[in-house]
Design a protein around this ligand. Sequence first.
Ligand code: ZN
Length: 342
Amino acid sequence: MSKRDHAERRVLENNQETNLADQVLLEKVQAMVGREYGRVYAWDQVNAPMIRHWCEIMGIENPLYTDSNFARSQGYSDVVAPPGMLQVWCMGGLSPENFPAPSSQENNFEVLKVIDPYGYPAVVAVNSDLAFNRQIVAGERLYFTSKLDSVSEEKTTGLGTGFFVTVLMDYFSEKVDGNDEPVGQQLFRVFKFKPAHRADVKIEQKSASVIKRPLPGISDDTRFFWEGCDAGKLLIQRCTACQTLRHPPGPVCSECHSFDWDSVEASGKAQLYSFVVMHYPEVPPFNYPNPIGLIELEEGVRLIAGLVGVEPGTLQIGQRLQVEFHRFDEQQTLPQFRPVAG
Ligand code: ZN
């Protein structure tokens, strides 16, 4: 889960308030809690090619996952699957609910369909936690069973009003003798909700002014940057041994490993190297749509910053930008970038 997801989750959880929901709905839902759902099988045995692809995508280099000889030297019968792949093995593929026979046809999130017609059309995944019993090795065939673990009371969050629904999935390794072995567990929680109405959103925005932008973690290596922002200067760290510029700031030069550095003031002239536009979910105190750029300064280093004065639909890779500084919440000044002609 990313830092941003964590931040959103904190906002969600801090803003929860308990409300009264339709009594009939509550009874229906509570009657379903504890319901168990049958086996969903993996299409394939745990296998080396999928492990290798996953490691490549995740940037993981560990011979235990990719070198069967090394894995055998460590006491395993073949390469080990990274624990984080647990959920991967029993996924349906590109088509939803596409599982091999004799997988259960039941929907382990069927409670969402019960809640939906009571006026809660939206759903957002909130968190997913994995737990592991042991390493999983190539050649094993996995399946999982599920249980509806809990449905919260009705809560109001920044997104709207609804229910937190938690499903637990137990993963097993199939054995020839039938003594299948539990290997791990996944908790998956979603928020099933009615989005805040426009009138509610206005109230949200008032309370959003109370939620301030998260402050950066400031260390001895980064303080100069934030003090520069306060003074309206975009300062870039420079290695005094080899003159290499670097950002984000850090203690050591990646080129020559020198600890000696100073800083130079950037011109603020830049171009848009890449960007994203955040639309949803809308998390206070940010404005949406929220365009965020990966910005290449003319000095050659890149940084991530908010874009201002832009129509999100018209952003162009390579377009010229100029830094400007904006003060937020009377406690932090951030560099932001605005398109300029030419
Ligand atoms: Zn250096």
